[in-house]
Design a protein around this ligand. Structure first.
Ligand SMILES: Nc1nc2c(c(=O)[nH]1)N[C@H]1C(S)=C(S)[C@@H](COP(=O)(O)O)O[C@H]1N2
Ligand SMILES: [Mo]
Length: 322
């Protein structure tokens, strides 16, 4: 690949109020095509019984009516990023030591084009897009976040994966100097995630570079993270330094830690309970409902993106392949 001069996309340099106004003009694109995501230690209010209204809501994959965005303050102060500690407020408190620039990503494995690429080269592959998605953590809370990023498929194409490439493996930085949480063996570092090739190439899958019209805050996975809106949030790996095309299903951190609790696929599925809590409902942290006042709402199959992604899993038993 040729090195290209980094260009900062417009919306990343638009002041926030302007950006917000523009989004409203865009009609809060939360309707059908695009909208959310989270794997982890435990559900905070695990096992609450589902309210009666729950089940019907998501049937047929119809989109919910306009959903309120999560406030920027909430999306950046209530996080999972174990490299900075296991508490929800640890990442906001301690991720200041992460150095998102300069940054490069190693691309390896079953592809014609491999090597180490400066972040700027990756950003030049395809224009940044706006995508507002639901983010559903396996712990049972959710947010609605306006991301900016590159469609992952467009980026991966550039490396010309070969016919043996069946999966894509992702690795997070693991630098104890920048990441105090690495002192604790909460996870077998580095954090790893993976997708099947067709999941990685799916147009909804985003390589996020920003949120709310600003560059990704460190606690949200600067400078580059995955966002896979139909899967539990732990699939959306942060601060990626390595992407490998593989023949075999790659090992993933949460699955290695607790295979009975976290599968490789981890599609959002209200019908498959976590062994320790129900997945029927979620606590939606959005609008003025900060994390303290959020209500529980029904969880939708594939997090509400079934229209677009259910066909990827045709013929698979979604209870077995969780
Ligand atoms: N490297 C890394 N990526 C990670 C995690 C992590 O601990 N380390 N946590 C995951 C989980 S469990 C969730 S729910 C989301 C949270 O993303 P957010 O903090 O931006 O909302 O990030 C995911 N990506
Ligand atoms: Mo999560």
């Amino acid at each position: 690949m040729k090195t290209t001069i980094p260009r900062i996309p417009d919306h990343l340099i638009t002041p926030e109020p302007v950006y917000r106004a523009r989004r409203q003009l865009m009609g809060l694109g939360l309707a059908s095509p695009l909208l959310a995501l989270a794997g982890c230690a435990g559900a905070e209010d695990a096992g609450l019984p589902a309210p009666a209204a729950t089940a019907a809501a998501g049937a047929g994959g119809t989109s919910p009516p306009a959903e309120e965005l999560t406030r920027f303050e909430d999306a950046t102060s209530y996080n999972n990023f174990y490299e900075f500690g296991t508490g929800k407020t640890d990442p906001a408190r301690y991720a200041g030591t992460l150095e998102p620039a300069p940054w490069s990503v190693v691309v390896g494995g079953e592809a014609e084009v491999t090597g180490t690429f400066p972040l700027e080269d990756l950003l030049a592959i395809t224009p940044v897009q706006d995508r507002t998605y639901r983010l559903r953590c396996v712990e049972g809370w959710s947010m609605v976040i306006p991301w900016q990023g590159l469609p992952l498929g467009k980026v991966l194409e550039r490396f010309k994966p070969n016919s043996r490439a069946k999966f894509v493996a992702f690795t997070t930085l693991a630098d104890p100097r920048q990441m105090p949480g690495l002192r604790y063996p909460s996870i077998n570092w580095p954090y790893r995630e993976g997708l099947r090739m067709d999941e990685a190439m799916h147009p909804l899958t985003l390589l996020a570079t920003g949120m709310y019209g600003k560059p990704l805050p460190n606690q949200n996975g600067a400078p580059l993270r995955l966002v896979v809106p139909w899967k539990y949030g732990f699939k959306s790996i942060k601060s990626i330094i390595r992407i490998d095309f593989t023949q075999d299903m790659p090992p993933t951190s949460w699955n290695q830690l607790q295979p009975e609790e976290y599968g490789f696929y981890s599609n959002v599925n209200p019908d498959v309970d976590h062994p320790r809590w129900s997945q029927r409902t979620e606590r939606r942290i959005a609008g003025t409902a900060s994390k303290l006042f959020a209500e529980r709402i029904p969880t939708l199959p594939f997090n509400g993106y079934g229209d677009q992604v259910a066909s990827l899993y045709a013929g698979m038993d979604l209870r077995q392949w969780y």
